[in-house]
Write a protein that binds this ligand. Sequence first.
Ligand code: SF4
Ligand code: ZN
Length: 311
Amino acid sequence: MKHEPVRPEVPRCSVCAVPAVTFQRQSGRHLCSTHATADICDRVAITIQEVAMIVPGDRVAVALSGGKDSTALLMLLSRLIPSWEGVSLVAITIDEGIAGYRDETVRSAENLIRSLGVEHHCISFVDLFGAPLDEFLRGREKEACSICGILRKKALIVGADRAGATKLATGHNLDDEAQSVLMNVLRGDLSRLVRNSGTDSSGRFIPRIKPLKKISEKEIATYLLLNNAWTDLPECPYSRYALRREVRSLLSTLEYRHPGTMLHLLESKKKIETYCAGTITPEPIRHCRVCGDPCSGELCQLCQLKRSLGR
Ligand code: SF4
Ligand code: ZN
């Protein structure tokens, strides 16, 4: 007698019972494409509304690099924002000038903008600082990410200002946030660990928001795949010098073996913030004597960098 091969049963969506495409470890639910997408969209909306990240009257600028996180962020916000009264959306792309990398991601950003019909502003390091990042980094490759970070921060502020934005949204996800906690611990930088990046008591900078901070890198990848928005893009050639790269690989191994590790890191940060509340005196805000931007010393980071680059 011939036996039919036993087929493993396809898991069904826990919401609607059609065949599932993904398994959500934290909730133990299987989800179909529609409900996996809706789940991410709902969780982003809750993250935003919980702390009033976006309020009526806001013009939200998304920092769109063209990479996975910012692509998902713009797609999600362009679904959510039209239903929020008095809120508008704009995208800002910074072209740092990194040969063999940025051109492709900028192209990907432009394709997305065309398909979503969002207003778009592009700013390059060449326009703003007189040369591409590649030129600034000659002989200083190991400092790539800190130099890039300082210049990029300024470029985003200028971009958001030019676009008339009231909030600047970045695509930082759960993995990024957990990596930052661990990196600050590894560097022994407690004040940075408890400082809430993005807030600026001087009121001179546009507040930064991170609507994807509770969504993991894996969930973002799933969202893009399910919404036909996945593109294979090159990695920044300087990322090999970054501490973040090693921390990222360490944390993903830990998260795989011990699910919840990343969330626990974020909870630890919150607890440390509570224990430290009132014990760390914030440095008084001064103004850079060259450009007038708020800073803690005589010169802001950008003016110090420009000086060291001979600019
Ligand atoms: Fe800039 Fe470093 Fe990111 Fe490359 S990996 S874009 S150098 S921050
Ligand atoms: Zn300055």
